[in-house]
Design a protein around this ligand. Structure first.
Ligand SMILES: *Cc1c(COP(=O)(O)O)cnc(C)c1O
Length: 309
């Protein structure tokens, strides 16, 4: 299937009702169902980059850590749609394949060329000659920043709202929540809400500690944020990126038992935990709240397969 045909054949991912807390009817958009390997927000963010690369024949170059869902998604997309990809990866010790986790192993298996740089070179990646060496040989590379966050990515995430408006209850959604790593997804959702003139407060749940920088990221990325009521919650990171607590672990297990839906500890577990806490703290009032489940399940698929061995 051609890439444009693939995207136009995508149907809206389902929205399911979960529960009611203090009058807040909580729904969840199962965007992890949009693709088995290029999941959720990562496929949304890559859409227009992939279409451009396919049109121009460019190689896509991007950046990430050893556990980056964005790198995993880009490599999977490169394989699925026959586009060359290069990953500039943080950590020179990872040049040794014995140290690769699932993300890098799969990225390699999917044909992504991996280039490893030290943490200091990674920090100044857009100016570091060590990082540039990874794609020196490429003519006219299509460079995508870390996390896949750039203006082209926002068009893709804004389209989530195009779907939501065809699926929402008659009273609409009064609040929408998404996990926030770089803020690109949140910025796109805000632009989508602005485009459709929805009266819906958009909230990001930060998954990193001390993530106040996210506010400026979103403000700079989103063209229409001044038309939308939006905020970021900073209290649900559970200790920092990829950190967890026993409370969060218990919540995730209980969520799975109660709703029989998958969430993972890095993004969507913190997101759902945060939303449930905010609903508990809220005044009794009837509203519809929507959680955007952004995917990321490939990280737990691996853990589960370990358990079953
Ligand atoms: C990458 C990722 C995010 C964060 O998205 P940003 O656009 O960087 O804020 C959220 N959820 C999942 C599952 C992700 O993989």
């Amino acid at each position: 299937m051609s890439l444009p045909a693939f995207f136009s054949a995508q149907s809206p991912t389902p929205i399911v009702y979960l529960t009611t807390i203090n009058g807040k009817r909580i729904f969840l958009k199962q965007d992890y169902l949009n693709h088995p390997t290029i999941q959720g927000n990562k496929l949304r963010k890559l859409k227009y980059t992939l279409l451009q690369a396919k049109r121009t024949g460019q190689t896509i170059v991007s950046f990430g850590g050893a556990y980056s869902n964005h790198i995993a998604a880009l490599a999977a997309a490169g394989k699925a749609f026959n586009i060359d990809t290069i990953g500039i990866i943080r950590g020179e010790e990872l040049a040794d394949p014995n140290r690769w986790g699932t993300t890098l192993q799969q990225a390699h298996n999917n044909g992504m060329q991996l280039h490893f740089v030290s943490r200091s070179d990674y920090r100044k990646k857009h100016h570091s000659s060590a990082a540039q060496r990874g794609f020196d040989h490429v003519i006219n590379p299509l460079i995508v920043p870390e996390g896949g966050t750039h203006p082209l990515a926002l068009n893709g995430t804004a389209e989530i709202i195009d779907e939501v408006i065809t699926q929402q209850p008659a009273e609409g959604f009064q609040r929408l929540f998404a996990a926030c790593g770089t803020g690109g997804t949140l910025a796109g959702l805000i632009d989508g809400v602005a485009k459709h003139r929805l009266v819906c407060h958009v909230t990001g749940i930060a998954v990193l500690k001390s993530a106040q920088f996210l506010y400026d990221n979103v403000r700079n990325l989103s063209q229409y944020q001044h038309h939308v009521d939006w905020s970021i919650e900073y209290d649900y990171h559970a200790g920092g990126y990829a950190k967890t607590t026993s409370t969060l672990q218990r919540f995730i297990e209980q969520f799975h038992t109660t709703f029989n839906l998958p969430i993972e500890p890095i993004y969507t577990g913190k997101l759902c935990y945060g939303v449930f806490e905010l609903a508990k703290q809220s005044h009794q009032q009837t509203e519809n709240w929507l959680i955007y489940h952004s995917g990321g399940l490939q990280s737990i698929a691996h853990k589960n397969s370990h358990h079953s061995v």
